[in-house]
Design a protein around this ligand. Structure first.
Ligand SMILES: Cc1ncc(COP(=O)(O)O)c(C=O)c1O
Length: 376
C-alpha cells in the first residue's frame, strides 16, 4: 500500500518560512541508478551513471579496509574535532590544525561560510555557470547573490572584482569550475585574491584540485597564510572516491576557522568518513593513478565528441561539458539506453550535457549511446 497523501492543513506553517526560503529551488542531484533501473526494468549493473563527477574506481583498497575496521566503533560519537584527520591535513599542507575546518562534504564548509558571514541584505559574488550550491547557500541566508556574467564559460575575474561593493561579504571562485571545467592559472588567481578587499571572504573551491596536473596546482594552502580572508575548500568526494561518506575541509586563517566552528554541528563528520579520509590522504599513488585514468578517459570523450561533431568546453576536471543542441531530448534518449548524464539547463546551459569521465567501458557505452541519441 502506498503512503497516504499529506493531510490538508487548515493553517499551513510552511507559509511562515521566510520568503527567501520559499523562493529557493531545491538542488537537483543526478538521477539515482536504482531509480532508472526500476523505471526501465533493468538490473542496476546494466546502468551507467556518469552524472555526479565521482571517481569511477571508488576508494582504494587501503581506504576500504579503514572503513571496514571503523565499523566496529559506530556506537560511539565520532571525534567532534577530527583530531587525526586534521593532524594528517596539517602535516600535508604545513598549516596548523586550528586553521582547518572539517565538513560533511565540502558543501558543508561552503554553507558554514554563509552561516558565519552572511546576514539578510549582504551581497555574495559568484560567476554565472558556477557551482549551484553558491546561490543556494547564499539565498538561504536571505543574502543577495550577485551573479557575474562568464567569459567563454569561465569566471571573468575583472568583472567579478568590479562587482565587489561595500555590501559584499563573500565571493566564491571555483577552480576548476563545475560544470564548465574551466580553470584559472595560479598567477592570475593570486593577483585576483590580492585585489579583493581584506574584509571580504574569498572562498576558493578546489573540489577538483586532485585532477589537475601537479604542475598546474596553485599553492593555495600557503596563500591562506598570506591572505586572512582566503578560505580554500577541498573534498574527499571526487578523486579520493568517497562521495557517499561526505567529508571535505577548508583551510583558512585561525580567526575565520573559529567563526565557522561556532556554527558547525558538533559531530558533522562521521567516524567512517574521518578514518577513510585519513587513509585516502596517505594513498597518494591511488590519486595519481586516478588522475592518469581520468586524463585518458577525457581524451576518449573529447575524441568521441569531435567524431560526433559536438563541440565541448575543454575541461580540467573529471567531467566534460558537451554541446548537444536539444539537451533535454538527448538526455531522455540516453536514459532510455540506461546511461545517466547531467542536464545543466539550471546552470544557464540548456544546450549542453555534462558527462563525468568514467571507466573506459563506461565512456564507450556513453559515446555509443550518444551517437544513437543524437540521431533520433
Ligand atoms: C565545484 C564543487 N564544489 C563543491 C562540491 C561539493 O562536493 P562535496 O560536498 O561532495 O565535497 C562539488 C560537488 O559536485 C563541486 O562540483
Amino acid at each position: 500500500m502506498s503512503a497516504p497523501a499529506d493531510l490538508p492543513l487548515r493553517r499551513d506553517p510552511s507559509g511562515h518560512a521566510p520568503s527567501y526560503v520559499r523562493e529557493l529551488s531545491p538542488y537537483v542531484p543526478g538521477k539515482p541508478i536504482e531509480e532508472l533501473a526500476r523505471e526501465l526494468g533493468l538490473a542496476e549493473a546494466e546502468i551507467v551513471k556518469l552524472a555526479s563527477n565521482e571517481n569511477p574506481r571508488g576508494p582504494s583498497a587501503a581506504v576500504r579496509a579503514a572503513i571496514v575496521k571503523t565499523t566496529n566503533d559506530v556506537s560511539r560519537y565520532p571525534d567532534g574535532n577530527g583530531f587525526a584527520l586534521k593532524a594528517a591535513l596539517s602535516a600535508r599542507y604545513g598549516v596548523s590544525p586550528e586553521r582547518i575546518v572539517l565538513g560533511n562534504g565540502s558543501n558543508d564548509v561552503l554553507e558554514l561560510v554563509t552561516h558565519a558571514f552572511l546576514r539578510p541584505g549582504d551581497h555574495a559574488v559568484y560567476s554565472r555557470h558556477a557551482f549551484a550550491v553558491y546561490p543556494l547557500a547564499v539565498k538561504a541566508r536571505g543574502a543577495t547573490g550577485i551573479e557575474v556574467p562568464a567569459k567563454d564559460y569561465a569566471h571573468d575575474l575583472a568583472a567579478m572584482r568590479a562587482a565587489v561593493t561595500p555590501q559584499t561579504r563573500v565571493l566564491f571562485v571555483a577552480n576548476p569550475n563545475n560544470p564548465t571545467g574551466t580553470w584559472i592559472e595560479p598567477s592570475l588567481l593570486k593577483a585576483f585574491i590580492a585585489s579583493i578587499p581584506e574584509d571580504v571572504i574569498v572562498v576558493l573551491d578546489e573540489a577538483y584540485n586532485e585532477y589537475l596536473d601537479p604542475s598546474q596546482e596553485a599553492p593555495s594552502a600557503r596563500w591562506t597564510g598570506e591572505h586572512g580572508n582566503l578560505i580554500v575548500s577541498r573534498t574527499f568526494s571526487k578523486a579520493h572516491g568517497l562521495a557517499a561518506l561526505r567529508v571535505g575541509y577548508g583551510i583558512m586563517n585561525a580567526n575565520v576557522a573559529d567563526m565557522l566552528n561556532r556554527v558547525r554541528q558538533p559531530f558533522n563528520v562521521n567516524a567512517l568518513a574521518q578514518a577513510a579520509a585519513v587513509a585516502a590522504l596517505a594513498d597518494t599513488a591511488y590519486v595519481d593513478e586516478s588522475r592518469a585514468l581520468n586524463r585518458a578517459g577525457m581524451r576518449e570523450l573529447e575524441n568521441g565528441a569531435r567524431a560526433l561533431n559536438c563541440r565541448f568546453v575543454p575541461s580540467h576536471g573529471n567531467f566534460l561539458l558537451v554541446h548537444v543542441g536539444d539537451a533535454a531530448g538527448v538526455y531522455q534518449r540516453l536514459l532510455r539506453q540506461g546511461v545517466i548524464v547531467r542536464p545543466v539547463a539550471n546552470y544557464g546551459l540548456p544546450e549542453f550535457l555534462r558527462v563525468t569521465v568514467g571507466l573506459p567501458a563506461e565512456n564507450r557505452r556513453f559515446l555509443d549511446a550518444l551517437a544513437i541519441a543524437l540521431t533520433r
